[in-house]
Each structure stands twice: as structure tokens, then as C-alpha cells.
Design a protein around this ligand. Structure first.
Ligand code: AQP
Length: 358
């Protein structure tokens, strides 16, 4: 029984306003994984049209912007794979199959759908509802074993595991007859299946970066307030202004983590500082315990400008040559397709579609 090859997959939607939460919760964490895994990082453009129609020219710019952010953050597109989802048709093909594996009840429970559809669900697109099936397909088209994401994606990752497990169970005999099973652990049990039960990699001090205007709300691309988020292309003045205006409370920073409980705005700024300086919240507090925000905020501005400034500059340099970015995406898509097409042949054969291996 062979063992499934370890592989990392993650994606970012090109919906504009790429922000510090996307960077600290996801992109920054993609970089060190390159040392230990084969990594596939994807600009998930098919997801970008689920909420509403996108202006075509802006969508293309946003796809290139996310690609530029990957490269500027330190992702190596030669050693690893960087591409945009719509160039590899297997994602959509597997998503259809997963639509037939996933149950309506599973998808109806997704909090992101409830949040994004709002009260008028009748008006939400079918794509928004089926989004998690496509996300499962993104990951499992490569039989990825690990997915670094922010905390908001935890529920979708659990659903990905449910879909993989149901597919493995439904077709277990066929998988083993065809000799396509791989060894994997389910709890303490060693089982064979075709799709791995993917592990989310969630963690660190910025797994959930909150709005700078409201520590109870996630920092998000779609928040109507520009002051709620630092975007990756903000210049130093904009970064300074947004941090200066960030909501806080009147108390000084505490000595211990317990002191941050019930202080979501303070907790958020300490978490951002910790993630930007590659440390943890406890270490930040040991340096700034007793400091007022009048002292802490300027230190955070200095750190954020020092860390984000060079990435933003490199993004601008890369975005000035769209043809170069498009070439990176085309090369990555060709390499991604090679893996994805082999998986789809297996899946079609498992299901019983005629001509899969032609
Ligand atoms: N606030 C956040 N803190 C930490 N991680 C975050 N991520 C998103 N927001 C935060 C992580 O970024 C990755 C890419 O997310 P996405 O492109 O799927 O976008 P999203 O989750 O739709 O981003 P937004 O900002 O939340 O968009 P809207 O406003 O449209 O809902 C994922 O790994 C995500 O966890």
C-alpha cells in the first residue's frame, strides 16, 4: 500500500483590496512551506465571480495583483506552481462531481454562504452556494494534504474532508479493485482511500486579523470602510493614518495574554505586531506591557511600513509588466494541468465513465 504524497495547496480570490489579513493569515505563511513541501498556490478566479459580476478589466488587474503579491512575498514560481484557476478546467470538472457528492444540508450550514447571501437568499447565485464544492475540488484536484488558510476557512476545510471521505466510502470497492487506494490515517485507524483527508494549517498570531474599526469583525475586502483594512498597496502615509485611527480602548497594554481577553481591538493590534515581527503575542506584551497606545501605535506603524513597504514596491514593479506575470501564470497552469488531468482520469475511471483512460 503506497503512501499519499504530501502536497500543499492554497488559493486567494482576486476580488481586489488584498489586505493585511490575507497577507498575514495566508500569503506570508505560504512562503516557509516551500522548504518542506511541493506547493501549489492559486489565484482562484472562478470563485471571484460567485458574489457578483466583476468588471472584466478590473478582474484581470486583480488576478495579476494577487500573482504579484505571491511573488513579492517570496513564492518561487519555478520550484513551485503559481497559476490562476480558470486556466485548468479540471477544477470545474471535479467541482461538478463533488456537487453530486456533497449534500444540500452540508452546504446550507456554511456560515460564509449565510453571511454573504444575507437575508435575500433567493437572489444569491447558485455559484455562491456551491462555492465550497469548488474549493474542495481546488484542493483535491491535486490530492493536496495540507492547506494553509486563515481561521475563516476552517469550516470549508472540514467540508472538503467530508466530501473526500464520502467519495472514498462510496467508491471504496472500486478504488481498491483498480489499485488506486493510498494509505492514510482516519483518527487512529489506517485506511485506504483515493482522496486524502486534507489537514488545514491554521495558526499563528494572525489567523484571524480583525477590522481596524471594529475588533469584533474580520478584516475583509468587502468592508465599506477603507479605514477598516490596510491594503497591500497602501503607501506609508496611508498605513500610518489607518493605524493611528485604529479603534482602541483607554487602558495600557497588559502584561499577560489573559489581560487581552475582552479587549478585541487591543488584541488585534498586538496580534498584527506579533505576526509582522515573526514572534508571538506574549513576547510583544513582554516588550510593551504598561505602554499606552500613544507609544504602541507609532511602533506598529514603523514595523508595518518596514515590512509591507518593500512588498508593495515589488508588487508595483511586477505589475508594471503584465506580460511577465501572464507568462508565470501560463507556465504554472501547464504544470498544474499535468497533475490535475491525471487525477481526473483516475476519478472518471473510479466513477465508471467510459473513455477515461483513452
Ligand atoms: N481577516 C483575515 N485574517 C486572517 N486571514 C484572512 N483571510 C481572509 N481574511 C482574513 C485569509 O486569506 C485567504 C484568502 O482569502 P480569500 O481570497 O478567499 O478572501 P476572503 O476570505 O473572501 O477575504 P475577505 O477579505 O474576507 O473577502 P470578503 O470581504 O469578500 O469576505 C484565506 O486563507 C483566508 O482565510
Amino acid at each position: 500500500m503506497s503512501k499519499i504524497q504530501e502536497r500543499v495547496f492554497s488559493g486567494i480570490q482576486p476580488t481586489g483590496n488584498l489586505h493585511l489579513g490575507n497577507y498575514l493569515g495566508a500569503i506570508k505563511r505560504f512562503v516557509p512551506l516551500q522548504n518542506d513541501y511541493d506547493c501549489i498556490y492559486c489565484v482562484v478566479d472562478l470563485h471571484a465571480i460567485t458574489a457578483s459580476m466583476q468588471n472584466p478589466a478590473e478582474l484581470a488587474d486583480n488576478i495579476r495583483e494577487v500573482t504579484a503579491a505571491f511573488l513579492a512575498a517570496g513564492i518561487d514560481p519555478q520550484k513551485h506552481i503559481v497559476f490562476n484557476q480558470s486556466q485548468v478546467a479540471e477544477h470545474a470538472e471535479l467541482a461538478w462531481i463533488f456537487n453530486c457528492v456533497a449534500r444540500m444540508g452540508w452546504l446550507s450550514r456554511m456560515t460564509q454562504f449565510k453571511d454573504k447571501a444575507g437575508k435575500d437568499r433567493e437572489k444569491a447565485s447558485v455559484g455562491l452556494f456551491a462555492y465550497p464544492s469548488l474549493m474542495a475540488a481546488d484542493i483535491l484536484t491535486y490530492r493536496a494534504t495540507h492547506v494553509p488558510v486563515g481561521e475563516d476557512q476552517k469550516q470549508h476545510l472540514e467540508l472538503t474532508r467530508d466530501i473526500a471521505q464520502k467519495f472514498n466510502n462510496d467508491y471504496s470497492e472500486r478504488i481498491s479493485d483498480l489499485g488506486l487506494g493510498e494509505a492514510m490515517m482516519v483518527g487512529d485507524e489506517k485506511v485506504q482511500g483515493y482522496f486524502p483527508l486534507t489537514e488545514p494549517l491554521i495558526g499563528g498570531p494572525a489567523a484571524r486579523v480583525m477590522s481596524l474599526r471594529d475588533g469584533a469583525k474580520k478584516m475583509s475586502k468587502s468592508d465599506p470602510s477603507d479605514l477598516s483594512r490596510i491594503v497591500m498597496t497602501d503607501n506609508s502615509d496611508a498605513i500610518a493614518k489607518k493605524i493611528r485611527k485604529a479603534k482602541t480602548d483607554p487602558n495600557p497594554l497588559p502584561e499577560t495574554l489573559e489581560g487581552l481577553v475582552d479587549r478585541p481591538d487591543a488584541d488585534n493590534l498586538v496580534g498584527i505586531y506579533a505576526a509582522l515581527s515573526d514572534t508571538d503575542k506574549a513576547s510583544v506584551l513582554s516588550e510593551y506591557a504598561g505602554a499606552q497606545f500613544g507609544t504602541f501605535k507609532p511602533a506598529l506603524v514603523e514595523l508595518a511600513v518596514e515590512k509591507i513597504g518593500p512588498i508593495a514596491a515589488e508588487m508595483r514593479r511586477l505589475q508594471a509588466d503584465p506580460a511577465e506575470i501572464d507568462a508565470v501564470l501560463a507556465n504554472g497552469a501547464d504544470r498544474a494541468r499535468e497533475i490535475a488531468s491525471r487525477v481526473l482520469v483516475d476519478v472518471k475511471e473510479i466513477i465508471g465513465f467510459v473513455g477515461a483512460r483513452r
